[in-house]
Design a protein around this ligand. Structure first.
Ligand code: AMP
Ligand code: MN
Ligand code: MN
Ligand code: MN
Length: 280
């Protein structure tokens, strides 16, 4: 099945509206779609309505920023009730630190000789509650400091570089519980992107599972074929279902378009089999 269960709209750090994403997903042959904005469910009703219009099956989604063992980890939630009060409060608390962090990022960039970054980044934020490093990256390209956002993340905004501000996000157990108690399934997003040792990664999977997490992204825009194989084996080892999602943000920035991914490897339980009753 061509399921794409990870992408971003202007409600977080994507450049397309939920409606434009639904149209693009349908045009690309996606059969089951989810919009997973960072720390936000503000686009869910729009996305579900747009999916219906295009005859796309839909699962609600979000991508929660978590701090685990001093590392930022992303947990995707799928198929939850988007009006669940505990989930909504948890996401609001997770978003809460972003404004002050953005000021600090701008101060750090100003010290590196780049003024006006707060106002500059804010102009790119479709949702002023969700100012992210991606918006700073777009401003740095606009200002002519870098030629594209990939260069930005090599030279700025990441550990040891100007514009990096350490931040404490939600706790792993809290994020998994918010999703599960709202009727959804928690998924470890793009596991190959974290910098854990083998034992650190093992601890992440063990704790995630212990808290009630049930799936891992095996096929995602940033995984190589070897990484897909590795996380397919980890899914089996830990008894986790497998998810598939492009992590599409923008036609100008994303290497992997909506739905343009290899199918899930055989022998795994697709995450949507755990969520048949939640598909709209
Ligand atoms: P934030 O949640 O504000 O820390 O922003 C993180 C976002 O930056 C991610 O969701 C990606 O969209 C974007 N990003 C792109 N490339 C990188 C990279 N190399 N490192 C970290 N973030 C990146
Ligand atoms: Mn992002
Ligand atoms: Mn992510
Ligand atoms: Mn993402």
């Amino acid at each position: 099945m061509n399921a794409d269960l990870h992408c971003h709209s202007v409600v977080s750090d994507g450049t397309l509206t939920p409606e434009a994403l639904a149209a693009r997903a349908a045009a690309n042959g996606v059969e089951l779609w989810s919009l997973t904005d960072h720390d936000e469910v503000g686009g869910q009703h729009r996305a579900a309505a747009a999916a219906r219009l295009h005859g796309l099956r839909y699962l609600t989604g979000t991508e929660i920023s978590v701090t685990f063992a001093d590392e930022t980890v992303h947990i995707v939630g799928l198929g939850f009730d988007p009006d669940d009060p505990l989930l909504i409060a948890g996401l609001a608390a997770t978003r809460g630190g972003r404004a002050a962090r953005a000021r600090e990022i701008a101060d750090s960039l100003a010290r590196a000789g780049i003024p006006g970054a707060y106002e500059g980044a804010l102009r790119y934020a479709g949702n002023p509650d969700l100012i992210s490093r991606t918006h700073f990256a777009r401003f740095l390209v606009e200002a002519g400091v870098c030629t594209d956002t990939h260069e930005v993340f090599r030279r700025f905004l990441t550990e040891g570089k100007p514009g990096f501000v350490p931040h404490r996000w939600a706790r792993l157990g809290d994020a998994v519980r918010w999703i599960a108690e709202a009727g959804g399934v928690a998924v470890i997003a793009h596991p190959a992107r974290y910098r854990f040792s083998a034992s650190g990664e093992y601890a992440l999977f063990l704790e995630f599972k212990a808290h009630g997490g049930a799936a891992v992204e095996v096929t995602t825009g940033s995984h190589s074929p070897d990484e897909r194989e590795k996380y397919a084996a980890m899914a089996l080892e830990f008894g986790l279902a497998a998810s598939r999602g492009s992590d599409f943000h923008s036609p100008d920035e994303s290497h992997c378009d909506l739905g343009a991914l290899p199918l899930l490897p055989g022998g795994l339980t697709p995450v949507w089999e755990l969520l048949t009753h939640r598909i709209q």
